[in-house]
Design a protein around this ligand. Sequence first.
Ligand SMILES: N[C@@H](CCC(=O)N[C@@H](CS)C(=O)NCC(=O)O)C(=O)O
Length: 219
Amino acid sequence: MSANLKLYGYYRSSASYRVRIALHFKGLAFENLPVHLVRDGGEQRKAEYLRLNPMGQVPALAIEDGRVLTQSTAILEYLEERWPKPALAPRDPWERAKARELAQIVNSGIQPLQNLGLNRELQRRYGETERGVVEWNRHWVANGMDAFEAQLRGSAGTYCVGSDLSWADLFLIPQMYNARRFELDVTRWPNAARIDAHCRGLPAFAAAHPDRQPDAPKA
Ligand SMILES: N[C@@H](CCC(=O)N[C@@H](CS)C(=O)NCC(=O)O)C(=O)O
């Protein structure tokens, strides 16, 4: 479906990856506008981009009339309310809350603690080494993923919450990508690893994968 959407993102940004999965899953065509988070001090910190997202982060989604929405959770909820089918929000209130609970473990309990901006400050203020930063990231990803896996024991079926795909899976798969980037053995989270392998085989997840994005380095 042509909805005239523009997504400002970065190929290996997990928050952008979440939104890309939703757009592909809902069959919404979008223009993919890369914002390079590292080059030249980070394009996300340039005045031109800060006008779109004063937080200096990706993603940002411009809708057809030019208005811009930031924060992946707000973007996902907007897409769901505007294009409810196929659904990413479980219909049952308990299951919907569980999907949000799992999403928030990643969104507020893991990703911000391993984000580039925080990593940069660890190095700039405290002289942390690159290896030290990776160790920091590994700690917080493992800490949050242990909790995510424990919650999955009560909620998972084929997907994070029962037998249908939901927002929770859109947060899990990009976070597992980051866990592998930080050289964590993801098999220590068997439910998460199983769901990750299954979802990565689905067309929407494959199309949203960092390696398939126009700004991904050529192999
Ligand atoms: N809560 C935000 C997080 C956004 C975020 O942290 N984005 C990262 C990439 S995953 C970013 O742009 N980092 C750049 C920086 O910190 O300078 C969301 O869900 O959209």
